[in-house]
Write a protein that binds this ligand. Sequence first.
Ligand code: ADP
Length: 577
Amino acid sequence: MASLRDFRLGATVFAAEAAASAAYFLTSSTVAQYALYEMFAGVALAAVLWAAYHYRPRPALPWLVFAAGIALFIVGDVLTDVYPHWTSPSPADGFYLAAYPLFALMAVMLVLSSGGYRRVGAIADGLIVTLAFAVFQWLFVMSPAMHDHGPLAGKVVLGGLYPFMDILLLGAYAGFFASPAWRTPAFGLLVLGTAMQLIGDEATGLAEPSHNVTGTWAAVPWALSYVFWGLAALHPSMRDLSRPGRSAARHVSRWRIASLAAALLTVPVGRLIADVRGQIVGVWVVAALGSALAVLVVWRLAGILRALERIRAREETARLSVEAARHQLIEQNARLLEADKLKDEFVALVSHDLRTPLTSIIGYVELALDEAGPPLDEERRGFLEVVTRSADRLLRLVDDLLLAARLQTGRLALNVEEIDLVALCEQATLEMRPRAEQKGVRLTCHAEGSSGMQGDRRRLLQLLDNLVSNGIKFTPAGGEVEIRVANRRDGATIEVLDTGIGIEPGEEERVFERFYRSPGAASAQGTGLGLFIARAVVEAHGGTIAASRRAGGGSVFRLDLPSRVATTPAPHSELVA
Ligand code: ADP
């Protein structure tokens, strides 16, 4: 659509020319026909000059050379119109023949400035097509004309120069396909215009190029060449024809191979046709052209094969390096898994060995603090109470580490019994209240009725402790932590809400990962195991847990627990922790 909009001017010109062409065939006045024909030519010339000025192609010279060529054609046309009885060679032929090299030069200049000449393969293909065309020109146009009985000057012009100019033009345009902009509309229109010129030359003009064909169908291809050339200049993509660009990806298409094969067949086929028609052909020229063609085609094929080999070698190297990288990845993965397993084993071992002396420390400190034992002064009692609190914390940590390590290898086994969730929440609140008060955080519990359901009391209490202590930990003084319990028909929902720092966006899932602590929590005490264990406990009950950010700030942890716990027969990997 965009290109149509850009091409509004071109489309208008085209519509006007289409209407004028109807008048060309309807009028019987030769003068009117001359005028219309020259109008097509004049429009093409004006379009090229207008585009060179308005679109500012860089460089503009190829388009000025093109305009000069069209101008020479116009002079030739006018001379033919004014002197319709001139026979070849005439001054009109001089102007026509001078224009061809300019058209060819324009195409070559565009290829040079676009960098298309670096595509040696495409240029060689253009050369091969040109040589093939030359074989036909020689066999059916040049050679017969040379053996004609006319005056030498006419023979040279008609049988030599014109066909040679057509070869030159075709050669330049075949090479033009090396341009990186060959897919643009301007390119297509330009090539179409030149093709029309060649068709006009081959079909009609060869008999007598400067013979006046105005008013006949024979003039149509030539008139069309003016139309397409003008349109090519009016299309804004004309600027791209000289713009340096990356050459298109090289690939060997079936068309390319087919055209090489066709080029090889030109000599034998041409010879055959000439023999059948009983034509005299210059054997030496045909042999030279045929040999040149064969050498070029073989050279091109060798080039294509070499390119294919290179592509294959590159693919093989890439495949090998992908394979090597894959192997490396598998090895690294195995090593990582092994390291992870060793780490878990190590943690479990150390934790286990720490637990035994810790429990005996706690036991003996309890004995020392026992009222029934020997009396203790206040200071010593205070010291021992600190030892008890620290040892308790250490024991909880060791228990978490042990459980987390074991969870890696199996599922948590539960000690399922009938429990009252509301009572459980109240107990958790009661146990945590001193800590909340110490921090200046308000801790409340809102529960609807009593909910009888199944669950592992110890594990659920541990889970609530964890969520509530996190709430207190991440809520500044003056804030609030709340537990809400709601019954559902098939279970219960517990929410632990706080007004603290909240969960970072995007971390809602990550907080449940083993050892994960958000960067904002670095200053708070913790191991990053609490939520990992919490999720394991909830999932062992057949429930779900989710974290989210609260609208007004703070976070919400929501647990959905079923009222009945499915008791599956203990698989081998199930643990009783
Ligand atoms: P820990 O609290 O020991 O760091 P957790 O597994 O309990 O480990 O929590 C993991 C991380 O989740 C915490 O480090 C913190 O970043 C985030 N988090 C947990 N609870 C809260 C909360 N109530 N408010 C804000 N962040 C929280």
